[in-house]
Design a protein around this ligand. Structure first.
Ligand code: CTP
Length: 399
């Protein structure tokens, strides 16, 4: 579970749409991630789901009225807005969107929105024709003009049995957006190029040379860098992973394709992180048709692929940071130091591939980070956490 939500005050405004029941799941997830969730329901929302449902899931009393007589409800609209780190309106009905667009303050949710300085995320969910009506479009444009973030609803079959745009997004689609809103953007303005995954060197249409890299470490780095405000390009070899939100992904197969893609984006990058496991060799002959085993015989003739990182080191611009990876099974520090010097890097992250819980394929890692000044073993952690620890070190190097 990500730590981005822990201890954060999150106001979830639930309004009158059938998708309200889905947001019960969101609130439960946020509470489990240790956020302090305050749910505010409009009266229409309470026709779909009860306040008790949200109180049970959030662990705190759901707020329903501006003038409720419970002691902690006095000035609730100011307090909720003032203390919030993030305000999420989900589902946002056409009615609520219209009222927020006009700055109305007739209920607790609209006053909370007016009174907050926290980022506000609106997740519309309604019938397609209501969503596409010019009045709704105009109101949504107004909200965007106030600086609110409007998350486009999904397309598909809706509760009213009509197909179209208007579905509340799934949690997986909004989770990363909310985490980014709560994260300090200490990499804002930085362009980061990350490479990930293996490369695949074809022999014929059925066979290839490759390695065990899954791409998980590189994808975690791309995700963390975007969350921290960077503009991220991810050059990925064949990896069965979904593209992190907000990241520009360039798919490649071979080392030579990776080389060309990397050279295209490297000059503009402030930071290059080469976590890909590039195949050092490719087959000398590549067959267009599946080749018979008799034809290949006992040995396959190979030729060297370009060393992309070595070339990046040679053409490194002033101020650019170059981070390499090394997959090692013995003499980790020694090999890391050698590659750091040989490839003109600013830092190298050494993976121990001789362990079941670090290196290739698994979700956890323990990197040895070597710079020209220091050598530091990171704690054993998830690849997501490891990515953040590595980026912390990158920030240190930038200063
Ligand atoms: N690398 C690269 N191009 C290659 C081979 C490696 O850019 N053709 C990069 C990797 O992306 C990684 C670093 O070089 O960041 C080290 O990769 P590794 O395979 O550990 O080292 P090699 O330099 O290939 O050395 P060896 O395999 O002999 O240990």
């Amino acid at each position: 579970m990500s730590r981005a939500y822990a201890g954060k005050n999150i106001v979830v405004g639930v309004t009158g749409s059938i998708a309200a029941f889905k947001v019960a799941g969101w609130v439960s997830t946020l509470a489990k991630a240790e956020a302090q969730v305050s749910v505010v329901m409009t009266s229409a929302a309470q026709k779909f789901v009860t306040p008790l449902t949200f109180s049970s899931l959030s662990g705190t009393q759901t707020h329903t009225g501006m003038f409720d007589n419970e002691s902690d409800e006095w000035m609730a609209h100011i307090n909720l807005g003032r203390e919030a780190d993030l305000v999420i309106i989900a589902p946002a009905s056409a009615e609520t969107i219209a009222r927020l667009a006009h700055g109305m303050s007739s209920d607790l949710l609209s006053t909370t929105v007016l009174a907050t300085r926290a980022p506000i995320y609106i997740c519309p969910a309604m019938n397609t024709r209501m969503f596409e009506h010019p009045a709704t479009r105009e109101n949504i444009a107004k909200l965007a003009g106030y600086g609110y973030q409007v998350i486009e609803p999904g397309v598909g079959m809706m509760a009213c049995k009509e197909e179209g745009q208007g579905r509340l997004p799934e949690w997986e689609d909004v989770d990363e957006i909310f985490q980014r809103a709560l994260t300090v953007h200490d990499l804002a303005g930085k362009k980061i190029l990350v490479t990930a995954g293996p490369t695949r060197e074809p022999i014929d249409p059925a066979r290839f040379l490759s390695n065990r890299s899954s791409g998980k470490m590189g994808f975690s780095l791309a995700k963390a860098a975007f969350r921290r405000g960077a503009e991220v390009t991810l050059v990925a070899g064949p990896a069965n992973l979904s593209t992190p939100v907000g990241v520009q992904r360039v798919n490649v197969q071979t080392a030579r394709e990776m080389h060309d893609a990397v050279m295209k984006y490297a000059d503009a990058a402030d930071i290059v992180i080469k976590s890909a496991a590039v195949a050092d060799y490719r087959a000398k002959s590549v067959y267009g048709e599946k080749v018979k085993k008799e034809k290949i015989g006992e040995s396959l003739e190979l030729e060297r692929n370009p060393d992309i990182l070595l070339e990046l080191g040679k053409r490194k611009k002033k101020g650019q940071l170059l981070i390499g990876f090394a997959a090692e099974s013995t003499r980790l520090e020694e090999e890391g130091k050698r590659k750091l010097e040989a490839k003109n890097l600013d830092m190298i992250a050494v993976n121990n591939i001789n362990s079941d819980s670090t290196g290739f394929e698994v979700d956890s890692n323990q990197l040895l980070l070597i710079t020209h000044e220091s050598s530091e073993k990171l704690p054993f952690a998830s690849k997501d956490r490891t990515a953040d620890l590595l980026l912390n070190k990158v920030l240190e190097l930038m200063q």
